[in-house]
Design a protein around this ligand. Structure first.
Ligand SMILES: NC(=O)c1ccc[n+]([C@@H]2O[C@H](COP(=O)([O-])OP(=O)(O)OC[C@H]3O[C@@H](n4cnc5c(N)ncnc54)[C@H](O)[C@@H]3O)[C@@H](O)[C@H]2O)c1
Length: 336
């Protein structure tokens, strides 16, 4: 089957822009829909990508995109993703992560577009009942962010039953790292992710990095997470698309390395990579942070042929450091 246009929501964001870069390298044709609330125009090669600046909840705009570009498939990254904010302002999350995508799905149904790749999350599982977590782990999210993603998974299953929508739910663990060439990177505002915050403490942009909790039941007392390189996530999207193009069924897969690293391990690796002593302060545990989150990625390998290529956090930190110390100094706005 000839390759059609791919509609990428949230394609100007962190993971979306890295995926766009890789899809273009694979010869795909891409249209990005992003309202630029958190995305960056400069994260996209605008000579090769059509960027439609607008909201996925805008029915008239979405209809116009489907009529003009007749996308073959939708890769859906657009969402709000601050867990803490989702607890204090749940409706914002249900509006953007659950209600707004319905507009997109209605347009897909009207136009007979039946392939959907969804940026889901390990937050749909809630507190781990066993480690590593596979896709049969019960889904009992502990915050509105995770719940909004879990509910959209349910909507997508119902659309499969009703009109044959085929979806791949990619349940990412902790995305990290940046483009290996240093062209694009992670620029969230506010930045809540561990690795960029550690590097911001290394450059002096932050006074110090706060470690939340040193009394967890883990070998060094700090939380353990599974860090998955953003380029590995991009690979998984390309393979998920291949799966759907071959007529594959709807499926959920975890995207992680299968190995966990503690906060202290990440900090000491960052000290080695940057050659700097990173100022650390210690705070109490944060509510809702489980001691350990590690993926069992076996299903992604068996079904999509996907496996993480960057398994060591050192490679993630090196690429993030390249971005932070490169021409843009880790910020798109720095040069625009
Ligand atoms: N970063 C992680 O560790 C992680 C982990 C699990 C899942 N995810 C999911 O992956 C996706 C991408 O995450 P990210 O870190 O790249 O976030 P991001 O904020 O960098 O990217 C999201 C993009 O979506 C856009 N957007 C948001 N709402 C929109 C709307 N209504 N209409 C149009 N555009 C809209 C934003 O402007 C932004 O460019 C999200 O769905 C997130 O929930 C991320």
């Amino acid at each position: 089957m000839a390759k059609g246009t791919l509609l990428i929501t949230g394609g100007a964001g962190y993971i979306g822009s890295h995926t766009v870069k890789q899809l273009l390298q694979r010869g795909e044709k891409v249209v990005v829909l992003d309202n630029l609330v958190f995305g960056h125009r400069e994260a996209l090669p605008l000579d090769r990508v059509t960027l439609v600046e607008g909201d996925m909840g805008n029915a008239a705009l979405v209809e116009k995109i489907f009529a003009e570009h007749q996308p073959e498939a939708v890769l859906h990254f657009a969402a709000f993703a601050f867990v803490g904010e989702s607890v204090t302002d749940p409706l914002k999350y249900y509006r953007n992560n659950l209600a707004a995508p319905l507009t997109l799905l209605e347009a897909m149904q009207r136009h007979g577009v039946k392939e959907f790749i969804f940026s889901s999350t390990c937050a749909t599982y809630g507190n781990p009942q066993f480690i590593p977590m596979n896709e049969t782990h019960p889904q009992d999210p502990v915050n509105p962010y995770g719940a909004s993603k879990h509910m959209l998974e349910r909507v997508l299953k119902d659309c499969d039953t009703a009109w044959g929508l085929k979806s791949v739910f990619l349940r990412y663990f902790n995305a990290s790292g940046c483009d290996l060439e240093g062209e694009i990177g992670e620029d969230h505002n506010p930045e809540t992710h561990l690795i960029p915050r550690i590097l911001m403490a290394a450059t002096g942009e932050l006074e110090s990095i706060t470690v939340f909790g040193t009394d967890y039941p883990t070998p060094d007392g700090t939380c353990i997470r599974d860090y998955i390189h953003v380029n590995d996530l991009a690979d998984a999207h390309a393979l998920a698309l291949e799966h759907l193009r071959k007529g594959g069924e709807s499926v959920a897969v975890n995207l992680g390395t299968g190995r966990g690293f503690s906060v202290r391990e990440i900090i000491s690796t960052a000290e080695r990579v940057t050659g700097k002593t990173i100022p650390v302060t210690y705070g109490p545990r944060r509510a809702g942070d489980p001691p350990e989150l590690v993926a069992d990625p076996a299903k992604a390998k068996a079904l999509l042929g996907w496996e993480a290529r960057h398994k060591e956090p050192q490679a993630h930190i090196e690429s993030a450091w390249k971005w932070m110390t490169g021409p843009r100094k880790g910020r798109y706005a720095a040069t625009s």
